[in-house]
Write a protein that binds this ligand. Sequence first.
Ligand code: ATP
Ligand code: MG
Length: 439
Amino acid sequence: MTNIFDKCKRTHYSDQVNPEMAGETIKVTGWVHEIRDLGGIVFVLIRDKNGLIQLTAPSKKISEELMADVRAARKETIITVTATVQESNKAPNGVELIPSNIDVINVSQLPLPLDTTEKVDAEMDTRLDSRFMDLRKHDVNAIFKIKSQILHTTRNYFYDKDFTEITTPKLVASATEGGTELFPITYFEKEAFLGQSPQLYKQMMMATGLDNVFEIGQIFRAEEHDTLRHLNEAISIDAEMSFNSHEDVMNLLEDLIKNVLKDVEDKCTVQLEDLGHELDIPTGAFPKVTYEEVIDIVNSHDAEMEYGEDLNRAAEKVLGETMGSYYFITDWPTKIKPFYVMPKEDDPEKSTAFDLMYRDLELSSGSQRIHDYDLLYKQLEAKDLNPASFEKYLQAFKYGMPPHSGWGMGADRLTMVITGAKNIRETVLFPRDRRRLTP
Ligand code: ATP
Ligand code: MG
């Protein structure tokens, strides 16, 4: 018996077959995407990683036995076809395949949980319930190929800039920033939590002499939101730099995004086409707007906001329309930003904190951090946090902590922007939200 892997070993992917190969015998393997039986002729579209290829079986030209095999091809069954390439101006890539042999590799059950040829999208919940099948659609898996490119470019970018990639624990004993938005877990006989951010760890790394570090990892937020931009488990791209100001790390963030956009534009053309999405590539520097200017903009439009408030949804919308594309919000009031944010030297009511926005969507938050032990201690108390529960973190600030800055950016949100997805769930393979913990 032939080994199954020998049997299904392809000579070509669908996109590697072209009209110049007319007359050649090739082998393709894939899923049966669509079958059209017109009586005297049967068309089968075979789908693989890279696209579709058409099998054409005219009953006049091929044996009755093979014709029966073609007719037996069920949707989503995996088949391997040995066939002769023939030019065709009606089929994908300008070629069709005239089969000489068909091997069924694995049969698909019917009915299917999702239609992979469907033009109109099924409900999000139905799609997520059968995510593996959902990803058989090229416009769905295009998002994940682009996300993969985003992460790849991001890693390369940091390595090129001599950053050290770190991984920090996601099982933690206490909150990063206080607040109640943590998932408690049972850790043997103690209570522990899932980490909401690598913030404290990446800051402790500044005290090691590594200077520049980055991490790409999971963050967990026990917020009960039900929005198109929040999940309870997300991926955060975190960067922290010693001896660099908040302005330096803003430049880093902007430069990273521009590099990511360039790579996606160069390397993901097929995926962008599958999505029917045009990249928004900014020219020139990202504009900056101060928090105070934001208030004026918001209040002069159809929304309201007072000094000392975080942006509400209506404010974000107004701002998105006014500012467009990528922009920074700077000079946030110290009192609404986390305890570790460095206040401005000349005006401590204001801080070095910034947010990077894309239209009405927050992509990243960052700042210069406090490196002075006494000030950090004071700020913890000012935020009603108990310095004792931050003892191990605070220790790193006692023995020569460099001045430092950094940011965290949501990888899923960046993927939304770059792929044009309106719902963050589109950009996460197996999203976790208030109602969903499976698959
Ligand atoms: P938002 O105000 O939009 O809820 P945040 O200010 O609470 O976000 P940060 O703590 O500043 O978020 O986290 C840094 C970045 O991580 C955010 O700018 C965002 O891109 C991403 N992020 C934070 N929370 C979530 C979440 N629940 N789901 C997806 N991404 C998130
Ligand atoms: Mg934020």
